[in-house]
Design a protein around this ligand. Structure first.
Ligand SMILES: [Zn+2]
Ligand SMILES: [Zn+2]
Length: 297
């Protein structure tokens, strides 16, 4: 259910809805950027956010497709950081995705992702599973500059070998936070991710806060790091999460976003949820644009 939808009455059935969180083949999504844009159009959305992990490589293709078929693309990113060992994802909207300093910064962040893949494969090997980094990297043979490989690709290899049956099982048993092969190399702190996004002229928005169990840290990011928005509506949030973060957002007058976190289908499972599952009104896009404009002066 989409809590955001309850609060606004539709005028003449024209739904101006947007989904602000989706992944493509530029990171660990399955569909190319243009396909996410087509799916969003089919769902009748007004705009779709492209937010790949630590890369903006999918944005130009998505924007070109959006222009062609008539749907707005919100350029974005999802930067990985960590707070006391817990992964914290920070979304960034309307970043200047051609800025050289920003691109250099992202490249360093992606090196950490590669290191992590290597460490996880080593753990799996120690558990007696025959898997190599080459097999994982082979999931994306024509890897272009900026494209990255992540845990879902390792999961695909585990499924292919029959070690697990589903993506969910791969994460529960091995790759998720409680999994036997989970490792988390040092990452930047969330405050730094916010700063990187702001320096690139973008709007930082905390992704899926309900997954961290760190509400004190969330408040700290708002009060002391100038976090202007949070993703209140996400497929992995309970209704209580939605309500709690909606209240926090209202208390601090933050921008409230929503997104499906679509990664595409792997072996019949949609990782997180289909495009359009979680949406907010188009007004939010205007607020993001406004914030990006005023903060970059
Ligand atoms: Zn995330
Ligand atoms: Zn995501």
């Amino acid at each position: 259910m989409n809590g955001a939808g309850k609060r606004k009455i539709n005028k003449g059935g024209s739904q101006m809805k947007v989904d602000l969180h989706s992944h493509t083949t530029a990171s660990d999504g399955v569909q190319p950027p243009a396909e996410n844009v087509r799916l969003a159009k089919q769902k009748g959305l007004q705009a779709i956010g492209i937010t790949d992990h630590d890369t903006v490589a999918g944005i130009p293709e998505a924007i070109a497709e959006g222009k062609m078929i008539g749907i707005e693309v919100v350029p974005g990113i999802e930067i990985s950081s960590a707070h006391e060992g817990v992964d914290i994802h920070v979304l960034g909207y309307y970043i200047n995705y051609e800025n050289k300093d920003f691109l250099d910064r992202l490249e360093k962040l992606r090196d950490v992702r590669d290191l992590r893949n290597q460490m996880m494969v080593e753990r799996l090997q120690k558990l007696g599973i025959e898997i190599t980094l080459e097999e994982v990297n082979a999931r994306k043979p024509a890897r272009k500059k900026g494209e990255n490989i992540g845990r879902p690709h390792i999961a695909e290899v585990l499924m292919e070998k029959g070690i697990v049956d589903t993506m969910e099982e791969a994460f529960r048993q091995y790759l998720g936070r409680e999994g036997k092969a989970y490792v988390n190399p040092p990452r930047i702190r969330p405050g730094e991710a916010i700063q990187i996004i702001r320096q690139a002229g973008g709007v930082p928005v905390l992704a899926h806060p309900g997954l961290y169990n760190l509400d004190e840290a969330v408040i700290d990011l708002i009060e002391n790091h100038g976090l202007p928005g949070i993703e209140v509506y996400h497929p992995d949030h309970s209704e209580e999460d939605e309500e709690r973060y909606r209240q926090i957002a209202e208390r601090y007058q933050l921008i409230i976003t929503a997104g499906s976190d679509f990664h595409g289908e792997r072996n019949g499972d949609v990782f997180h949820a289909p495009i359009g599952t979680k949406t907010v009104d188009y007004d939010v896009v205007n607020r993001l644009k406004e914030w990006a404009k005023t903060s970059s002066g």
